[in-house]
Design a protein around this ligand. Structure first.
Ligand code: USQ
Length: 382
């Protein structure tokens, strides 16, 4: 299949590009280095340098033999979007090309506007480009479990059947996010749903939980092929942060009571979920929604797990509850469904002691790069 990966330089985009080529697909990657630029501007660069996208593609070709065309440009610019779609003609598009951080979107007005404008404009441009140049192409869009928030009822997989005054109708499951970033994802879903109804495009919206990990089958232990590994408060996700904090001897930053429960997944599962969705596409006129995670943890459970495994490796891991910079429920009901991707064939990689130990050992090799002041700077939600 000809697959265009938008945001192909990112934490998930680059590993996805390698994975899909290794599985026999023709892939092109598109990126404008937004994530790299924002990390530089906020002084929160990843744990180790990663080569630029041209260099990564060259490295991957030298180890695997697969060639990946690269387009560098801004997908908010329609002329660039046209050039990409006319040159590559995708049968499927994986859309990761968004400002991906909840804390970044809450930094200030400028960051909020960048998140809104980038995420909504790119999503709209992708829809228009599919309509104009590849009307049968399947859009696989990365959404987020955070779109649902933490309601006090079970979370279904995308949709809810509602009975009201004796009549029934199926709606998108109610969404109520707790950051502007997550709200842009809700707006993306609304845009996609509108054009699915209006133009019969085919879309899979993947409601993903926080991802952890560094290795995939394609990187093996070749660190030159690793994705970005952010450990800062803005771009680092919680488990990756806890691993780095353990190595740095920095007490694990549990926000507030630590009862916040989320659905987590290994980066390897992200790649498999995206590939399975591509290989078994949504139908024309269908918005298919999957909840993309494999197991749930509270923040306290993650911290205790990292502490136990870290201590077995000879680290002295401390846990400290810090004032929660976010506005979120710290103790709540959480029971989301997640059967769709398992039915497509997903074989989950659960968080084991071995996987954690492997992450800790890799980060230990880069301990000298850790800059403590990046770990916790209190980006306040309110
Ligand atoms: N948390 C801590 N301590 C920390 C960092 C985070 O207690 O040092 C807590 C947060 O308050 C939150 C939970 O851990 O309750 C998860 O936070 P996170 O930073 O790992 O994830 P989040 O900001 O929610 O966003 C991440 C990705 C985003 C994706 C989302 C999935 O950056 O792209 O959409 O995970 S979800 O959270 O399910 O919406």
């Amino acid at each position: 299949m000809h697959i265009l990966i938008l945001g192909g330089d990112g934490y998930l985009g680059w590993p996805t590009a390698m994975h899909l080529t290794a599985k026999g697909h023709h892939v092109a990657v598109v990126d404008n280095y937004l994530r790299r630029r924002l990390c530089r501007e906020e002084n929160v660069e990843p744990l180790f340098d990663v080569p630029n996208l041209h260099e990564r593609v060259g490295l991957w070709e030298s180890v695997s033999g697969y060639k990946i065309p690269v387009f560098i440009g801004d997908l908010a610019d329609w002329e660039f979007v046209k050039e990409v779609f006319q040159t590559f003609t995708p049968e499927a598009i994986v859309h990761y090309a968004e400002q991906p951080s909840a804390p970044y979107s809450m930094l200030n007005r400028r960051a909020a506007m960048l998140s809104l404008q980038n995420n909504l404009t790119v999503t709209a441009n992708v829809i228009f480009a599919v309509r104009e140049f590849s009307p049968d192409a399947h859009i696989v869009k990365l959404g987020t479990m955070g779109e649902y928030g933490t309601p006090n009822i079970d979370i279904e997989e995308g949709w809810l059947e509602v009975e009201h005054n004796g009549r029934r109708h199926k709606f998108l499951y109610p969404r109520q996010a707790s950051s502007l970033y997550h709200t842009t994802k809700i707006m993306d879903t609304d845009l996609l749903w509108f054009y699915v109804r209006t133009w019969d495009i085919r879309v899979t919206d993947l409601m993903q939980g926080p991802v952890y990990g560094l290795f995939t089958d394609e990187t093996a232990d070749d660190e030159r092929l690793f994705p970005f590994f952010n450990y800062d408060e803005i771009f680092g996700t919680v488990l990756n942060r806890f691993v780095v904090q353990s190595v740095a001897g920095y007490p694990l930053t549990v926000y507030g009571k630590g009862g916040q429960t989320r659905g987590y997944l290994n980066i390897k599962d992200t790649l498999n979920c995206v590939r399975l969705s591509l290989e078994q596409p949504a139908k024309a006129g269908e918005l298919r929604i999957f909840n993309q995670f494999v197991e749930t943890f509270t923040v306290n459970e993650l911290a205790e797990l990292v502490q136990r495994v870290g201590n077995q490796l000879g680290l002295n891991v401390q846990i400290r509850s810090v004032e929660n910079p976010r506005k979120e429920a710290e103790d709540h009901y959480y029971n989301p469904a997640h059967t769709g991707l398992l039915e497509l064939g997903l074989k989950p990689h659960f968080l084991t002691d071995e996987i954690l130990a492997q992450m800790l050992e890799t980060v230990l090799r880069h301990k000298a790069n850790i800059q403590e002041h990046k770990i916790y700077r209190k980006v306040k939600w309110s």
